[in-house]
Design a protein around this ligand. Structure first.
Ligand SMILES: C[S@@+](CC[C@H](N)C(=O)[O-])C[C@H]1O[C@@H](n2cnc3c(N)ncnc32)[C@H](O)[C@@H]1O
Length: 357
């Protein structure tokens, strides 16, 4: 980048700024379900507009702009079809990101992005600044947005959970507790893989119905207990492994210590804590975690952490970091266990200041 000429660098920066438009156009077509309508064949924009209740000319301009980015193709005059890059916008694509696009560009998120400067100036949540409440409380009282959020987590989960499960060895675990387990996608996958394993999914009350469905569809409901609760207060006891998949990154250090302390307090005498999260690399390397880190800051006052930061956090909760396992995805699996002779931490004394995604 050092020798880059002025015209090139300003053009490159302008292209980066265009990213905001591309992201929002992807959100709009995901909301409209355009890729689903194009699943079998290209369609004239007039017909697409009728099916989606949109303005034909405006829709044409949106699809033309996205086709210029490689998403959709104008395969005939004012007729659009899918490209390989548009396929994951289909609801039923195996690598679907439709709900992630719906969530990311949703109005409640967008209002938070508008307040990003507040987060950078203060280190506190742009979401709270925009909405007057934290994301979780907001979702609990906005069922439509909560449904999109949970589906987005499900879409994302396919890839992330498969990658995490492939490096995990739970052959010695008999009772697994998934703390903030959402709709139970990871537990469903692990219970299918380990027929002797039983599990508990702890999450907020509004996610329980979805978890019921996912676990029943996976045929493992009989080996899984569902617990509606608040992991900042307590977690189910007696697990010999506790999973935190995409949880710690939602919270500031103090709140993480509170959750880890609750786990430490609840777990059997010997056991492990399995964290599934991104690990931020050192230096200028491009890594999705560096941008997701900004999402976490803006939404929740959370953060993505380096391996050293995660190890420090675990040690502060009197857990011993034993391994960091890379996976085929952008997330890693960070394993820790109980340090022999340590008395369980009572974290209720730690004042919680953060809120979380
Ligand atoms: C980013 S999602 C991750 C879900 C799941 N672990 C996964 O990997 O797909 C965070 C989850 O934490 C849950 N959550 C947030 N605050 C919570 C709390 N105080 N107690 C229990 N669950 C909570 C949310 O409902 C959500 O399901």
């Amino acid at each position: 980048m050092a020798g880059i000429d002025h015209e090139v660098r300003s053009t490159r920066l302008a292209r980066m700024m265009d990213g905001v438009l591309v992201a929002q156009l992807i959100h709009v077509v995901a909301e409209l379900g355009i890729a689903d309508l194009l699943r079998d064949q290209p369609m004239p924009v007039a017909q697409l507009a009728r099916r989606t209740g949109t303005d034909p000319d405006a829709l044409y301009r949106a699809l033309r702009a996205l086709a210029g980015e490689g998403v959709f193709t104008e395969s005939g005059p004012r007729t659009f079809g899918l490209t390989p890059l548009a396929e994951p916008l289909r609801t039923d694509a195996p690598d679907s990101v439709r709900n992630i696009a719906r969530m990311r560009g949703g109005r409640e998120h967008w209002l938070a992005w508008a307040e990003l400067q507040h987060s950078i100036r203060t280190g506190s949540s742009a979401f709270r600044h925009a909405h007057g409440t934290d994301l979780w409380t907001y979702l609990a009282s906005h069922p439509d947005q909560a449904a999109v959020f949970d589906r987005a987590m499900g879409d994302d989960a396919q890839h992330i959970h498969a990658a995490a499960a492939s490096v995990l060895d739970l052959s010695d675990v008999s009772r697994l507790v998934d703390v903030g387990g959402g709709h139970g996608y990871l537990v469903a996958r692990l219970l299918r893989r380990y027929p002797e394993l039983s599990a508990v999914v702890l999450d907020q009350p509004h996610t329980m119905q979805g978890a019921e469905r996912v676990l029943a569809e996976a045929g493992v409901r009989d080996r899984c207990e569902l617990v509606a609760g608040d992991f900042l207060d307590s977690v189910p006891t007696g697990g010999d492994a506790y999973v935190l998949s995409r949880i710690l990154h939602d919270w500031d250090d103090q709140a993480c210590l509170r959750v880890l302390g609750n786990i430490r307090h609840a777990m059997a005498a010997a056991g492990q804590v399995i964290v599934v999260d991104s690990v931020v690399p050192e230096g200028d390397t491009q890594h999705s975690a560096k941008l997701v880190d900004i999402i976490m800051l803006a939404l929740n006052e959370g953060r993505e952490r380096s391996e050293a930061e995660l190890a420090t956090l675990l040690e502060a909760a009197r857990l011993r970091h034993t391994a960091t396992l890379d996976t085929s995805s952008h997330i890693s699996v960070i394993i820790s266990d109980v340090q022999p002779g340590n008395i369980p931490t009572c974290t209720r004394e730690v004042e919680h200041t953060g809120s979380g995604q």
